[in-house]
Design a protein around this ligand. Structure first.
Ligand code: AKG
Length: 286
C-alpha cells in the first residue's frame, strides 16, 4: 500500500484496527449542501415528486416534535449514481485517492445512504456491514462522513478495533419495536473494549466492511446527520439476491420490492454498481 493519500499512522490503523479517521475532510459548505439536499429530497418524496430510484426509509420512532417530512425519516438510500450533490462527492479526487490506498486502483461505488438521526432515534446495534454484502471478494470499504458533529448525546458510532479480522458473525434480528430497516445484532462477541467515535462535522471515518460497529440512541434535542458510501474493487461479484433466495431473513428486514426482485431472479442485486476509477482515471456517472 502506498502512503501518498494517507499517513503512516492511518495506514497502520487500517491494518491493525480496521479503520482510520480523516479529520475535517469535508468543509462546512459541503456538509451544509448535503444536509440541504437530503432535506429537499425528503420533501420532494413526501410531495409525491420523483426522486428517481432513491429510497426514503421512515424513522420507526419519529420525533414527537416532528414538523417537516425529514423529521420523520431515518435514511435516504442510493444517491451516488445520479444525485447532483451526492454523486460528485462519491468521486471526489481526494476521496478516490484515499480509497485507492485501501482498495487498489480500480474502484466501484455500489451503495450510499444519508442518515438523519433525529432526536429519539434509537441506535443501530452491533453489526458488520459485510452481512449485507455477500460479495466476492469479501472485503468492502465504507466511508462515514459526519455531516453534523457526532457527540456523546446525539448517537455517535462505536467501533471494535481489530474486529475487521473476524469472519461475518451470526446476526440476530433486532426485536426492539423501534428498530429501523435491516437492523440486526451480533450477540456472540464481547464489546467491552469498544471505542466511541466522536467526530466534528466534516470528519470522515474510513472502515473495513468486516469492522464491528454500532451507534447509540440520539438523546439530544438536535439531529445527528451522516452520509455513508460503500466501495468495492472493480470486478467484485455480487450475490445478494442469490443469498436472499437461500435465506430470506439473512440480512434482516428488507423492503418488499427487494424481496420480490430477489424471488423473481431477473437481477443480481438491489445495489447500484457505478465505476469510480479505472486505469487511474476517475469516471463520472452517465
Ligand atoms: O449512523 C448510524 O447511526 C449507524 C450507521 C451504521 O452503522 C451503518 O450505516 O452501517
Amino acid at each position: 500500500m502506498g502512503t501518498a493519500a494517507i499517513t503512516a499512522d492511518q495506514s497502520d490503523s487500517w491494518e491493525q484496527n480496521g479503520y482510520f479517521i480523516l479529520p475535517r475532510f469535508a468543509d462546512d459548505a459541503t456538509c451544509t449542501a448535503m444536509h440541504e439536499r437530503a432535506v429537499e429530497l425528503c420533501r420532494k418524496d413526501a410531495a409525491g415528486e420523483s426522486i428517481r430510484h432513491s429510497l426514503v426509509d421512515p424513522e420507526r420512532n419519529p420525533w414527537p416534535e416532528a414538523r417537516e417530512p425529514e423529521d420523520r425519516v431515518s435514511k435516504v438510500f442510493i444517491l451516488h449514481d445520479w444525485d447532483p450533490v451526492f454523486g460528485p462527492f462519491s468521486r471526489d479526487e481526494r476521496l478516490v485517492a484515499v480509497l485507492g490506498e485501501v482498495l487498489g486502483p480500480d474502484i466501484d461505488c455500489f451503495l450510499s445512504q444519508f442518515i438523519f438521526k433525529n432526536p429519539g432515534a434509537i441506535g443501530q446495534p452491533w453489526h458488520q456491514d459485510s452481512l449485507y454484502f455477500p460479495f466476492e471478494p469479501a472485503d468492502q470499504v465504507g466511508i462515514w462522513l459526519a455531516v453534523t458533529a457526532a457527540t456523546p448525546a446525539n448517537g455517535p458510532l462505536s467501533v471494535l478495533a481489530g474486529s475487521h479480522k473476524e469472519p461475518v458473525h451470526e446476526h440476530a434480528p433486532d426485536r426492539r419495536p423501534d428498530a429501523n430497516l435491516g437492523y440486526t445484532e451480533i450477540v456472540d462477541m464481547d464489546f467491552s473494549d469498544a471505542t466511541r467515535v466522536l467526530m466534528d462535522a466534516g470528519d470522515l471515518l474510513v472502515f473495513d466492511s468486516h469492522l464491528m460497529h454500532c451507534s447509540s440512541d440520539n438523546v439530544s434535542d438536535g439531529r445527528r446527520a451522516a452520509m455513508v458510501y460503500h466501495y468495492a474493487r472493480a470486478g467484485t461479484v455480487d450475490h445478494t439476491y442469490a443469498r436472499l433466495r437461500e435465506q430470506q431473513d439473512a440480512m434482516g428486514e428488507m423492503p418488499d420490492d427487494v424481496r420480490a426482485a430477489a424471488a423473481a431472479g431477473d437481477a443480481a442485486s438491489p445495489y447500484r454498481w457505478m465505476a469510480v476509477r479505472r486505469d487511474g482515471e476517475v469516471i463520472g456517472h452517465t
